[in-house]
Design a protein around this ligand. Structure first.
Ligand code: C2E
Ligand code: CA
Ligand code: CA
Length: 705
């Protein structure tokens, strides 16, 4: 072998090897490749990938032109393209091809001109991009769909990037917040919320960026939104976040819930307020009562609950119709409210029943409020030009004395209201004995008012003997009730009822008038007696007492010093401050004051010095045993001594026999009263008794102290 030959052979061989290599690359290449004649468009060569991908065999390909795999409408473009293709030119572009089964595919091709077997040809590399194009189209479509949905939604839909800058803003947001899309794109989300929320918002964003977590992601939350015009409104926000290569993004769907919050408020209002009168209902009252009791427990103060029933409401309803009844109820609320302080609650419990809740108020003050409310009802109501007046009955229960929880107070106030209604007394303060009321007893209260007004009360008088002069210095008036059915009822059976129901006022008034009238009669007959009248603590705290007493004294032309007023020690002590004031005014009037049942109360003797009083009546429980009980003897002796030290007269009550009488006299006691002297007697019998006994002449009586 010559060297040239072997060189040529080597060259031939390496050429062949290289050609084979390229052939191999061409055939094995995963993308379709072919070579075509640039003049005839005839396929000159195709690779395996093209055969597989397009579905034509190699022979079929070589019998076709490149235009055969184009959809009709693209053919002219192919021709033009090929014509302009010059040597050395390299081209790429997107085309559509039709494969054997007729399917159109999208391809990206790059072609290179070359000479193939002496012909101007082009090598084409094809990449099927059908899936990518479809995905892009789907994405574009979905984006369009999203935009059209998002834009047409009435809710605000806003998207923001991780920095909180707005990147999407729909028509709903425009309407809700008042900003146009161009106003807000690229600006901070924080402008959509009131100033005070902005720091939280910033912190929240930071947190989500750092951790990808947010408490409000995915849950609807209620916030306040801020409109362009500065108005705040309640909104519901549902926040979503997503991650991309470019960071975190947020989208929020926001809804103006002004209407919904208003509806919720209205519902809440309905749950707690009476629709007719717009006053708190029973539910709200219970709640306020509970709060008031908690407050009172903390502050060691009082709560008073008043329940009122309108007495003639049914009459109005029945006679004039529900329409009138409703109007009346509507007018009642403000009328009652006018009698209370701002902070007090008036509630309508249903029907014609109202409740008043007063804080920091005791039973006495509550009774005054009750009186005020009842008298406010006497002013006529004007309903469509007609005038109506109504009456009410009020039951009072106070925390803690008449109930330590709301339910008990409600129950007890209700009982007291029943008592007040039956007794016709206007109001009643709950007392445990109310619970035990037999219908007979309740009827008794009902009868009492009637009895007071219809002359069923009478007075018995018990003489008081001076142990110094052995003469009768006065009498104590003791009330009795002659009941048409039950006969003579002792005071102990109806005075407590009168005290609880407010009837004590007309009762005491009657006693005062009657006792002074009788006193006047005795004076005219030459019997110089002073008359003692028992009053209740409730009378003492009656603001009109002083006025009433002086009027009665004037009416009967009785000198004030002939009137003595007896008050129990415990009665005075219930409200010492006010008692002192009232007692002082009575004393200033010239009336004499006695402390009744002395020794049974819990008052400290120290107080005695400060009380404007003239006389101490030592309770009969001590006097009764004074002969046999050493202890009682000590008490009686000490009380007499103390009284004298303070310049007070002393009277021994319940002196039943001579031994007791002598004993108290020996102890220095000024007067004695009791069965030993005389039983309480009706006026006529008492007059007779007085005539038979020595009565001091009027000149011997001087006011002491
Ligand atoms: P009091 O003021 O302590 O009246 C004396 C009571 O003791 C009277 O009972 C009288 O009958 C009774 N008594 C008198 N001497 C004796 C005695 O020697 N032994 C015994 N065991 N008892 C004697 P009465 O009349 O039943 O009155 C009871 C209470 O009723 C009175 O006690 C007084 O607190 C009250 N009361 C009577 N009348 C009135 C009134 O007009 N207004 C008020 N607020 N209370 C009255
Ligand atoms: Ca008395
Ligand atoms: Ca007494």
């Amino acid at each position: 072998m010559t060297p040239e030959f072997s060189e040529r052979r080597n060259t031939d061989e390496s050429l062949r090897t290289s050609e084979e290599t390229f052939r191999l690359i061409f055939d094995r290449h995963p993308h379709s490749m072919w070579v075509y004649d640039r003049e005839t468009f005839q396929f000159l060569e195709v690779n395996n990938a093209a055969v597989t991908h397009y579905g034509y065999s190699r022979d079929e390909f070589l019998a076709m032109r490149i235009t055969d795999i184009r959809p009709e409408e693209d053919v002219s473009r192919v021709r033009d393209g090929a014509k302009t293709m010059t040597d050395e030119l390299r081209r790429s572009g997107n085309w559509r091809h039709r494969i054997r089964d007729g399917t159109i595919i999208d391809v990206e091709i790059s072609s290179h001109t070359l000479e193939f077997c002496g012909r101007p040809a082009a090598l084409v590399l094809v990449q099927d991009i059908t899936d990518r194009i479809r995905a892009d189209a789907a994405l574009r479509e979905s984006e369009l769909r999203f935009r059209s949905v998002a834009q047409s939604a009435t809710d605000s839909i806003v998207a923001a990037n991780g920095a909180g800058e707005i990147i999407f803003w729909n028509k709903g947001a425009e309407a809700t917040f008042g900003y146009a899309e161009s106003d807000v794109m690229g600006t901070s989300l924080s402008r959509l919320m009131p100033e005070r929320y902005r720091p939280f918002h910033e912190r929240g964003l930071k947190h989500v960026r750092a951790t990808g977590e947010s408490r409000i992601l995915g849950h609807p939350v209620e916030l306040s939104g801020l409109r362009k015009d500065g108005r705040e409104f309640p909104l519901e926000l549902c926040l979503a976040a997503w991650e991309t290569r470019n960071g975190t993004f947020f989208s929020g769907i926001m809804r103006d819930i002004t209407e919904r919050s208003q509806a919720a408020e209205a519902l809440e209002h309905r749950a707690f307020y009476d629709p007719l009168t717009d006053l708190p209902n029973r539910t709200l009252l219970r709640d306020r009562l509970r709060q008031a009791i908690l407050g009172a427990q903390r502050g060691n103060s009082l709560v008073a609950l008043l329940l009122m029933d309108v007495d003639r409401f049914k009459e109005v309803n029945d006679t004039f119709g529900h329409h009138f009844g409703d109007m009346l109820l509507q007018q009642l609320g403000p009328r009652i409210q006018g009698c209370l302080r701002e902070a007090d609650t008036v509630a309508r419990l249903g029907g014609d029943e109202f409740a008043m809740l007063l804080t920091g108020v005791d039973a006495t003050r509550a009774s005054q409020v009750a009186t005020k409310i009842l008298s406010s009802l006497e002013r006529p109501f004007c309903l469509e030009g007609q005038l109506f007046s109504v009456e009410g009955s009020i039951g009072i229960a106070c925390f803690p004395h008449q109930g330590e929880d709301g339910e008990t107070l409600l129950q007890h106030a209700d009982v007291a209201m029943y008592v007040a209604k039956r007794g016709g007394s206007g109001y009643a303060i709950y007392a445990p004995e109310h619970d035990e009321y037999s219908p007979k007893r309740l009827a008794l209260i009902g009868d009492l008012r009637h009895g007071i007004e219809h002359g069923q009360l009478l007075l018995h008088y018990q003489p008081k003997l001076s142990l110094k002069t052995e003469s009768v210095e006065g009498v104590e008036a003791l009330v009795r009730w002659r009941h048409p059915e039950y006969g003579l009822i002792p005071p102990e059976q109806f005075i407590p009822l009168a005290e609880h129901t407010g009837l004590i006022r007309p009762l005491s008034l009657w006693v005062l008038r009657e006792a002074l009238r009788q006193g006047q009669v005795w004076h005219e007959e030459g019997l110089a007696l002073h008359v003692a009248v028992n009053l209740s603590a409730r009378n003492l705290h009656d603001v009109e007492l002083i006025q009433t007493v002086s009027e009665i004294l004037e009416t009967w032309e009785v000198s004030p010093e002939w009137l003595q007023i007896e008050l129990t020690e415990s009665g005075i002590m219930t409200d010492l401050f006010r008692s002192v004031e009232s007692l002082q005014r009575l004393q200033d009037l010239g009336v004499r004051i006695s402390i009744d049942d002395f020794g049974t109360g819990y008052s400290s003797l120290a107080y005695l010095k400060r009380l404007p009083i003239d006389e101490i009546k030592i309770d009969r429980s001590f006097v009764k045993e004074v002969a046999c009980d050493e202890n009682d003897r000590h008490i009686v002796r000490a009380t007499i001594g103390l009284g004298h030290d303070l310049g007070l007269r002393t009277v021994a009550e319940g002196v039943e026999d001579r031994i007791a009488c002598d004993l108290v006299r020996s102890m220095g006691c000024d007067s004695a009263q009791g069965y030993y002297v005389s039983r309480p007697l009706p006026a006529v019998a008492c007059t007779q008794w007085l005539r038979e006994h020595q009565v001091a002449s009027s000149t011997e009586h001087r006011r002491l102290g």
